[in-house]
Ligand binder design. Structure first.
Ligand SMILES: NC(=O)C1=CN([C@@H]2O[C@H](COP(=O)(O)OP(=O)(O)OC[C@H]3O[C@@H](n4cnc5c(N)ncnc54)[C@H](O)[C@@H]3O)[C@@H](O)[C@H]2O)C=CC1
Ligand SMILES: N[C@@H](CC=O)C(=O)O
Length: 800
């Protein structure tokens, strides 16, 4: 025999009702069944609300009429229940009081109505069934509202009752309600229907209790809050009990206990997806490990502080006794060894009462200032990691801090594996997602805001979208682009911008300030935030500090942030350190080539890098590699470099030598040299009259450059070619290095003379390597290689 229990949501609509009937039909063909029901939909809340209106002498009648219309069913006469309710509400309204006893009688009608309605519907569907009132056999004490079941009496009564039932009739039993020995109606507390079903499963020795809900089972976290929460296939009773104790709303601690006697398995199933196997809770051992995260957001934190409490015996006892006297239960408790302060949680609904009780108890101590404050923090949520001990707690904790969520306090159980963390309510969803991603190894969400969607930025977006799903499979990292912005407008989507981003930008982007993007990320509880600067803008760099302070890591292909004043360079690094954030910019020198990382490692390991020289610019490499040996005007070759995406948005950044200068400065600063941009000796290749005009005018008149460069070529000694080079000389002992860029002639058969395409070449001279430099060579410019380099930085950060 199996017991099937259907919750209120399963009975709430015509559609779900049909599913219930179908499930009952199928299950009754497999084995004998007993069905337990909750009240339909939110009937219990509605009845409670009507009673409250009546008690307060407010208009309850219209809500009651609405209720009657909602539960009315044409084939079933509910007049007796409605009349009883009507009399009860009238009485409550007259005496302006609703005692727990009356309230139980009112609420019980919800389950009575639902069992009658379901039985009627089943009979109409040719499934013989009968509505059964559990008050006939579930016997309780008279603690109305949360009555204690007399299990042995209830067991024998239940067994006798069911022995008398005719065979082949499906019993539809009211959950939640019972009766005292005197026959007074009681209720078993919220979630009591599950308890009734568990009791019946035990008393009738069911082979399984199947609890039909509106979800596929128990998940590693509430799927409404954590998108990639995973269903748990199996749990041991003890683990389920822990989950229930820590507030997993789908389970009720009371439900598990009756099942232990006969080790009756409990399966959590979905009425709307009945083929899913759900979660099985049984006595079978499962792999030990973290099982689930739960969140309680209806709590408040009380802070009790006092200077004069150190060493005084009995203060905690007074705190807890005064609350116990008011029937207030305490959740998480924390007290430091200084004994100066005690923090603990209570239900939010009881917080004011708790404060009043404490103020009364400590009235004198408050006056003498031995107790200096009793205060309340209301916007609190308790996040519990069930199955977590402190040996591996460093990871979720560090992930929280990295996401700028600093727990208010945390607490672990001495035995068992549970850690509870108190966070601000508005941070709870983000905290849950951060910890979930960290401990379950399921795809970690990395939320990206991309600024600049030109050549590099646009290519990067396409690369990310094309590979996101394979990265998720291979690396368990889910890259979610939630913002794409240019200098004026931004497109935002917390669920991820897709392949049609170019059209979406046209249709849906809005004017913005950086604070709008930050606010959007916060409001949508987005974690692991990275801002990526693929602009060439100096004004965008102004946003770096606020982005870091708001919890973003940074990545840039833009070199400006690293090459404005040294004081900004330092300020940014200090801000990053203070906020536990990172800034990666591997593409700043040599595009996709692994140059910066190599220099960083060499320098960090104490290697004295004395010189770096070579061809730093991919575009200038392309231009001079071709122009030196081809009989084509300079402007034609330059135009080609622009079209291939090698140059800066304004190619004068390259021709002026500034871009090479920036790269030298970036490397110098990696070596702890404190140079400023103005100190670099730069050879500018742009004729003076073309230096001050605007970009479109410059681009229109590229041929004005031809005669100057033709002359440079003609002056070359035969067997040599032109190369634009950069050189950095520095030393560990020195504060500043010597940085220079210039156009030179080199032998055509030298390493520099042999460069092809847009290749850059870097020679790194160090003390240990002596005269044989480390050489890094390869494509030094181009949207595709640069975007790949930025992508590499994203994955590096995502892995941390
Ligand atoms: N092309 C290459 O080979 C390499 C380029 N880079 C760097 O990549 C960056 C991007 O270069 P491209 O894609 O070629 O430039 P681009 O001109 O094609 O794109 C720049 C984008 O930034 C946007 N933008 C400008 N100011 C902005 C602001 N204040 N806020 C937000 N967006 C803004 C523009 O609207 C444009 O969409 C540059 O900093 C460049 O130095 C770095 C290494 C190699
Ligand atoms: N314009 C730059 C692009 C890479 O930084 C170059 O030519 O090297």
């Amino acid at each position: 025999m199996k017991v099937l229990k259907f919750g209120g949501k399963s009975l709430a609509s015509e559609h779900t009702f049909k599913n219930v009937i179908q499930i009952i039909e199928n299950k009754s063909k497999e084995s004998e069944i007993v069905v337990v029901v909750s009240a339909i939909g939110d009937t219990t809340d509605i009845l409670e609300n009507i009673a409250e209106l009546a008690k307060n002498n407010q208009d309850y009648q219209s809500t009651f009429n609405e209720f009657k219309e909602r539960v009315y069913h044409k084939d079933i006469n509910l007049e007796a229940e409605f009349q009883l309710l009507s009399k009860l509400f009238e009485g409550v309204s007259l005496i302006e009081d609703c005692t727990p006893k009356i309230k139980d009688l009112i609420l019980s009608q919800g389950e009575i109505i639902s069992s009658r309605v379901l039985a009627k519907q089943l009979n109409a569907a040719q499934l013989r069934s009968v509505s059964i009132d559990s008050r006939d056999f579930i016997i309780t004490d008279d603690s109305f509202g949360n009555a204690i079941v007399d299990e042995s009496l209830s067991k024998s009564k239940t067994q006798n009752y069911f022995n008398e039932l005719p065979l082949k009739i499906i019993p539809i039993v009211t959950g939640f309600i019972g009766a005292t020995q005197k026959g007074e109606t009681t209720t078993l507390g919220r979630n009591g229907s599950n308890y009734t079903a568990a009791l019946l499963s035990n008393f009738l020795k069911a082979e399984e209790l199947q609890n039909y809900t509106h979800v596929d089972g128990i998940f590693t976290a509430n799927p409404d809050w954590v998108k990639n929460a995973q269903k748990i296939e199996e749990l041991h009773f003890e683990e389920a009990n822990e989950l229930a104790n820590f507030g997993a709303s789908i389970l009720h601690a009371k439900t598990i206990i009756p099942l232990l006697e006969n080790s009756t398995p409990l399966r959590i199933l979905n009425t709307l997806n009945p083929k899913n196997a759900g979660t099985l809770i049984s006595a079978k051992a499962t792999d030990n490990g973290i099982k689930s995260l739960s969140l309680q957001s209806d709590v408040s934190l009380i802070q009790f502080e006092g200077r004069g409490l150190l060493g005084i015996v009995g203060v905690d006892a007074r705190v807890f006794t005064s609350l116990a006297n008011e029937g207030i239960s305490i959740g998480v408790i924390s007290q430091g060894s200084s004994e100066r302060g005690l923090g603990f949680t209570v239900k939010q609904s009881e917080a004011d009462k708790a404060i009043k009780a404490l103020q009364k108890e400590f009235e004198k101590d408050l006056y003498t200032k031995d107790v200096s404050g009793i205060s309340l923090i209301d916007d609190i949520a308790v996040l519990s990691i069930i199955g977590q001990d402190l040996s591996t707690f460093d990871k979720p904790y560090a992930a929280l801090v990295k996401n700028k969520i600093i727990p208010i306090l945390f607490n672990n159980t001495v035995t068992g594996k549970n850690v509870s963390i108190l966070v601000r309510k508005h941070e709870a969803k983000k905290a849950l997602n951060v910890i979930h991603g960290q401990i379950f190894g399921v795809a970690k969400n990395i939320n990206l805001a991309l600024f600049g969607h030109g050549l590099v930025g646009g290519t990067l977006i396409d690369q990310i979208l094309a590979t996101a799903s394979s990265i998720e499979k291979k690396k368990n990292i889910r890259l979610n682009i939630f913002a794409i912005g240019n200098s004026k407008k931004v497109l935002l989507n917390e669920n991820g911008i897709g392949k049609n981003w170019r059209e979406d930008i046209k249709a849906n982007s809005e004017n913005y300030q950086i604070q709008d993007v930050i606010r959007f990320a916060n409001e949508n509880h987005l974690e692991n935030l990275i801002a990526i600067d693929n602009t060439a803008s100096s004004s965008f760099v102004d946003n770096y500090i606020s982005l870091v302070q708001s919890g973003f890591d940074l990545i840039s292909s833009n070199k400006i942030g690293n090459t404005i004043s040294y004081s900004f360079y330092k300020e940014l690094r200090e801000t990053l350190k203070r906020n536990h954030k990172e800034y990666l910019y591997e593409t700043n020198v040599g595009a996709g080539l692994p140059l910066i990382d190599t220099i960083k490692l060499l320098h960090l390991s104490g290697e004295n890098i004395t010189k770096i020289k070579g061809v730093f610019s991919g575009s200038l490499s392309y231009i001079f590699n071709n122009f030196s040996i081809q009989d084509r005007p300079f402007s034609t070759v330059l135009q080609e470099a622009i079209e291939k995406g090698y140059t800066e948005p304004d190619p004068r950044e390259d021709l002026s030598g500034n871009d090479v200068g920036r790269k030298l400065l970036i490397l110098a600063r990696e070596l702890d040299l404190k140079n400023e941009f103005q100190e670099i000796k730069i050879q500018n290749l742009i004729p003076e009259e073309l230096q001050a005009i605007d970009t479109p005018a410059f681009l229109k008149g590229l041929d004005k450059l031809d005669s100057y460069f033709e002359k440079q070529k003609q002056d070359l000694v035969p067997g040599t070619v032109l190369r634009y080079v950069g050189e950095l000389n520095g030393d560990l002992q020195e504060e500043k290095g010597f940085l220079e860029t210039k156009l030179i002639a080199v032998p055509i058969n030298s390493a520099l003379g042999q460069l092809k395409g847009s290749d850059s070449l870097f020679e790194i001279y160090t003390e240990s390597y002596g005269d044989n430099p480390i050489i890094i060579q390869g494509a030094g410019a181009g949207a595709a290689v640069t975007a790949r380099g930025v992508f590499g930085d994203i994955l590096r950060l995502a892995d941390k």
